[in-house]
Design a protein around this ligand. Structure first.
Ligand code: GLN
Length: 280
């Protein structure tokens, strides 16, 4: 009888522990392993926003920003199943994709989001959604260092211009009268064409080009001082994404708690400019 009593006590104790564990799990914030990782597309050829290191790791301004958003400190709240909202850090799973295919991949909902220096435009907003602006950018003209003729939009007329397929630079180049446009998949390719003398100028994102020149990665090329456009980058998601609200709140938190400034200074060694809360 004594032996049986002892077993009952063990059983009750065991059940009690089990109940306590279940209760704890539903009261406390979930850990990364409880939440399915957010699949985020990026094209790691856009220095210094997304870079693939020799060992295959991703780094860059956008990568740091996305990883910071995924920290619980950013206040990101993901709505989980059964309508329960939990504050949770979540894992980000980056997926490398060519820039040109990013919008259609988002549209087809094959990824949850994309961060790749993507400019918010009215045209793109017809098919996908964007977060609030997270980076102030703009297009610039890049030419070979010895070029003295190309200084502004007007001097691009009738010239041979290289652009990246599907980029805002490519859209802009279409507005230049009589320009002969060559399209390329990514920055390293169009700058090579410029250095080879096959084209007269490149129209692309100013910050990426300026960064590459400053860090000695792009020799023999200069950027014309005046920007051609003012643009803002946003994190792109499919339309009606359940994550967009959380991403926007997370960006607001990173802007107000100093994390954004830290990331900006790490990559650009400068004070970040003021960002609007919404686009345009
Ligand atoms: N900002 C440009 C665009 O959205 C180019 C971005 C990129 O090459 N990653 O079109």
């Amino acid at each position: 009888m004594k032996l049986i009593n002892f077993k009952w006590q063990q059983l009750i104790l065991g059940l009690g522990c089990l109940l306590l564990m279940i209760a704890c799990k539903s009261f406390y914030p979930t850990t990364n392993s409880d939440v399915k990782p957010l699949k985020v597309a990026t094209d790691p050829t856009f220095v210094p926003f997304e870079i693939q290191t020799a060992s295959g790791n991703l780094e860059g301004f956008d990568i740091d920003l996305m990883n910071a958003l995924a920290q619980p400190a950013a206040g990101l709240t993901l709505s989980l199943s059964k309508g329960i909202a939990k504050v949770a850090g979540f894992a980000v799973q980056f997926e490398s994709l060519p820039f040109d295919g990013m919008i259609s991949t988002l549209q087809a909902k094959r990824v949850d989001a994309a961060i790749s220096g993507i400019t918010i435009t009215a045209e793109r907003l017809k098919t996908i959604a964007f977060s609030r602006p997270y980076f102030k950018a703009g297009l610039a003209i890049a030419v070979r260092e010895d070029n003295q003729n190309i200084k502004d939009f007007k001097s691009l007329q009738g010239k041979k211009i290289a652009v990246q397929i599907g980029s805002t630079g490519a859209d802009f180049a279409k507005t230049i009268p009589n320009a002969k446009i060559s399209t390329f998949n990514s920055g390293p390719e169009f700058f090579q064409d410029l250095l080879n003398g096959n084209v007269d100028a490149v129209v692309s994102d100013a910050f990426a080009t300026l960064y590459a020149i400053k860090n000695g990665k792009l020799k023999g090329i200069k950027v014309v001082a005046d920007l051609l456009t003012q643009e803002y980058y946003g994190i792109a998601t499919p339309k009606d994404s359940p994550y967009l609200d959380a991403i926007n709140k997370g960006i607001a938190t990173l802007l107000s708690n100093g994390t954004y400034k830290q990331i900006y200074q790490k990559w650009f060694n400068a004070e970040p400019p003021q960002l609007p809360d919404s686009w345009p």
